[in-house]
Each structure stands twice: as C-alpha cells, then as structure tokens.
Design a protein around this ligand. Structure first.
Ligand code: NOJ
Length: 532
C-alpha cells in the first residue's frame, strides 16, 4: 500500500473515532463539520421560520436583465448524422447497434432534422421571444476524426449560420461545447477514461473559441458531467454504455474536470480580452431532502448525497478538490475492498491550483427531488451511487411525469438554489435546464403547471434568499430524442411530428404560456414589480 494512502486512511479512521476522543472531537470536528453544522443550522432555522410551500405562486416580475431561454442538444435534434463530412459519434454507434438498446429502436439519425430546418427553428424562437437559445455543438461535425488534423468546414459553417441567424433575430446563443456526442474514434482509444482526451478536448475548444467566439459570448464546457461519467462509464445508462462502476466513472470525471479547466484557462488567457465572453459548466442535480430533520444522520446523509452529486464537479471547480466526504468514504471503502489506493483518483497540488476557480458562472440542470435516509447497513457493491452510503427514494404519491425519475417537487428548486449559494460563495447561477415530460399532448397543462410552480420557487429563491440567478432555460424547445428512451418521453414546448418527413413543429399550450412569461417576466397574470 502506498504510504500517502496509509496516512490518509489513518487520518480518516481518526476522524471516524472522534466520538470516542474528547480532544479530537474538540479539534478535528471544525475541519469539516463546522461548515456543515452552520449549513444544517441555517437550513433548520429557515425550515421552521418559513414554510416553503408551493401553494402561493410568486407574482413578482423577474429583474429586467434576467434572461429567459430554451435549450436543445445536437444529437437530440439535428439529425443529418452522416452528412457533409460529419464523423461517427458514440451515440451514432449506440443507436446503430443491433439489437438496439433504445426504446422502439429509435435513433437520432433524423431526429427533428434541425440541421436542415435551423432557420425555421430560429423563427419559432423569435416568435417565442426568448432572450437566448442554448444549443450544443457536435464535436464530430467540426472534427470528424476527433483530432484537429482535419477541420470540417461544412460543420463549422452550420454553427456559424445558426449563430448568425440567432443574432439577426436578437437571440443570444448559449453554446454547450459537449452534450454527450463524443467522436467514436476517441472512444476507441478509451474516451473519457484516457487522459489523452484532455488535450483533444482543449484542441477542440480552441477551434470553437477562435471560429465562433466573435458571436458566442456564453459557453458551457460540458452538459451534465455526472451523466457523461456515471451514465457512460459507471452504470451503462448512456453512450458508450460501459459498465465499470466504482472505477470508470471516477476516471472519466478526473479527465473531464481537467479538460474543463483547460478550456476555461485557454479562454481566460487567449480569448477573453478580445471576445469578452463567459465560460461556465452545466452540472445536474436533484435536491436531496433529508427524510427527517429530527435526525442528524438523515441531514448528514442528504448533505453527503449532494456533495457526491453537484459537489463531485463543483467542489473541484470552486474549492479545488473533490468534496472531503467523497475522498473519505471512497478511500475507506477502497481499503476494505483490498485496493492499494482509493478508487477516487487524486489531483496533484498543481492540478488543484489549475482547476480551482475555473468558472465565470455555474449552470444548474435540475428537474426533481429525492428523499434521503441515513443507513447503518450500506450497500457494499462498488459504484458512485453506493459509495455515498445513503438511501435515496421518491414517495409513490408524489406527482409523476412520463419519466420514472422525474417527480414534480417545485420546492426543491428553491432549496437547491439556496444550497448552491451557501456552498459555493454565492456564485452567479444560470438555470441551464428544467422541464417536464409527458406523452406529447398539445394540451399540456401539466407542463404549464410544472413550469409555473418551479419558476415561482426560483423567484422565491432570488427574492427571499438572495440567490444570484442570471437566467432560466426551459428544457426543451421541442420534443426530441430522449437518449435510451428514444422518442417515448417528450419534453418540448413545441410538438414535432416524427411520423412526417417534414418534422412539422406545432406550438403546445405551454409554448404560448412561456411566451407570455418571457414577455411579462412573471409567472402569473397579476404581476407586481419587485426590486430583486
Ligand atoms: C438532461 C439532458 O441534458 C438532456 O439531454 C435531457 O434530454 C434532459 N435532461 C431530460 O432528461
């Protein structure tokens, strides 16, 4: 066993023994628990002093400079999977696998055909009146081989035309540089598990900044890194469908965080001065609610789960390293499993310095809430979810949607925002995704109700808790390819007719409702002006 690892384990064991040792209890607890204790105390006080309720809708207007947008992602809407020199991505590969792992054997080969219909899409966005459109760039359209030896001008032109069209209509492009469609050629070399990808990603980022940076002022390096890594390399729920729980997802995250930092630093050092843009990252999480506030163990377990979730990526980016609780738990479990070192890779001091502070704003993708119970009998199997050693669940009676994981819990929005404010020194936050799935009906009153209650809760967080939120982005502009669920779960404000070669778009009731929200900057009819 490596000496450093031994010391670390010893230290962790000491901390675990604090209950027995008065001096350690006095001296060591503050290292980690002081922050947590204050944090929990704030939560408890707030909970008792003001009931967080969804019954009363917030009727205050959002601030004048608050931005409203809608989002999509390349593989989910573009189609044209092999046109104009585009290379194969890991999602092309997964969707073309026989037998198909996708519901109904669906593919993104044509999807919403936005590659050919982008002008029509922009016209709809203009009609909706949104301030920004969040879309992603397919790495394989720009670099078909994954490497910068072969830049595909036709692919670049597509995004240049799209951003030009958006700007001509007064719509701000918000660009996700990576929304899951890795070049298959890079996956053949190990994908996010091979450190080689860090340089490849930064090379790709350089091309995007230099070719599109004049018209793009908001960049997101990654969408939902947790899904990329745990889904893609841990539990095989996303391409490339690799199952290596407890090891693969951590390797992936380690490289992804370095790639993120590399891209941010590149922008900061070489492009920011001239282009004056901002670079952030979209991190996904649910709100994790302690099952009981009478149980310190449940409160701690919920905090642990959040640190494993949003904290897995945000803690290194804001504070410099993985959350302490992740380091501790994974190290102890790794030792028990007989590993010579922790399954969670370690950053060097140099890397910590390099990654720390690499954000201009934090993106939040959030849809739902889960309850968390502490457990004395944690699942011993290896894996990111198991390593947190908590029980996560959602009561059956909570309002559902067409997605099994998506329960409608509007008050979770306010709580996660407040947690972000407290945990990351009041960062500037962009809600990069929030939305509701159904079967595609045009009379989508339940979607309207979801948006209205979630946005009301967001408005409460800004007004009552002083959370610094710069904008809100609805997922999604239109029905699209929902990954392993194919076209069976619909999130769009616009309906898309996937049975028609023209892929006609039709506004749902929610599109008309959202248009009014954007216009009035308010989620109800009788709006009141507000300062914050
Ligand atoms: C997360 C992802 O970013 C997006 O691609 C997906 O369609 C939605 N949330 C809904 O699951």
């Amino acid at each position: 066993m490596q000496p450093i690892f031994q010391i670390r384990i010893q230290y962790i064991k000491q901390v675990h023994e604090i209950k027995e040792n008065y001096f350690v209890k006095k001296l060591v607890i503050p290292l980690w628990n002081m922050r947590a204790v204050i944090h929990y105390a704030v939560i408890v006080i707030v909970l008792f002093s003001e009931a967080i309720t969804e019954d009363v809708l917030n009727n205050r207007r959002f601030p004048d400079d608050f931005l409203f947008g809608v989002a999509t992602a390349s593989y989910q809407v573009e189609g044209a999977w092999n046109e104009d020199g585009k290379g194969e991505s890991i999602w092309d590969r997964v969707c073309h696998t026989v037998p198909s792992p996708i519901t109904n054997n669906d593919t993104g080969d044509i999807a919403c055909d936005s590659y050919h219909k982008y002008k029509e899409d922009v016209a709809l966005l203009a009609d909706l009146g949104v301030d920004f459109y969040r879309f992603s760039i397919a790495w394989t359209r720009i670099l078909p081989t994954g490497f910068n030896n072969n830049i595909n001008q036709a692919g670049l032109n597509y995004y240049k035309n799209l951003t030009k069209e958006l700007r001509a209509n007064g719509i701000e492009p918000v660009v996700t540089m990576y929304h899951w469609d890795l070049p298959q050629s890079l996956q053949d070399l190990g994908g996010w598990q091979n450190e080689l990808i860090v340089d490849s990603y930064v090379d790709y980022a350089r091309i995007l900044f230099s070719e599109l940076g004049d018209s793009v002022k908001y960049w997101l390096t990654f969408n939902e890194a947790k899904q990329v890594c745990d889904g893609g390399y841990g539990v095989a729920q996303k391409a490339p469908l690799i199952e290596s729980p407890g090891i693969g997802e951590y390797l992936c995250a380690h490289n992804l965080l370095k790639a993120h930092a590399g891209a941010w630093r590149l922008y900061d050092e070489e492009f920011r001065k001239d282009q004056e843009g901002k670079v952030g990252i979209a991190i996904d999480t649910s709100w994790y609610e302690p099952f009981s506030y009478n149980s310190t163990a449940d409160i701690e377990a919920a905090e642990t789960k959040q640190q494993f979730s949003y904290g897995w990526y945000a803690n290194p980016i804001v504070h410099g390293d993985y959350p302490w609780v992740m380091q501790a738990k994974i190290a102890v479990r790794s030792e028990q499993e007989g590993f010579g070192k922790s399954r969670l890779p370690e950053f060097t001091q140099e890397e910590i310095k390099y990654i720390k502070g690499t954000y201009d704003f934090l993106g939040l993708n959030t849809y739902s809430t889960s309850l968390i119970n502490a457990t004395d009998d944690p699942d011993p199997s290896k894996g990111w979810a198991q390593d947190a050693e908590v029980i996560e669940w959602q009561p059956d009676e909570w309002e559902g949607s067409s997605s099994s994981w998506l329960k409608v819990v509007p008050w979770g929005m306010r709580k996660i925002l407040r947690w972000l404010k407290e945990t990351y020194n009041n960062p500037r936050i962009l809600i990069t995704e929030n939305g509701y799935s159904d079967n595609g009906t045009l009379a989508d009153d339940k979607r309207i109700s979801y948006y209205q209650r979630y946005m009301s809760s967001l408005r409460d967080a800004m007004e009552l808790d002083g959370v610094d939120v710069m904008g809100y982005c609805a997922w999604s502009m239109m029905d699209n390819f929902e990954w392993l669920a194919g076209y069976s779960e619909k999130f769009g404000l616009y309906h898309v007719d996937f049975n028609s070669p023209n892929r006609e778009r039709t506004p749902k009731k929610s599109a008309i409702w959202y248009k009014r929200v954007v216009e009035t900057k308010c989620v109800v009819d009788d709006c009141v002006d507000a300062k914050l």
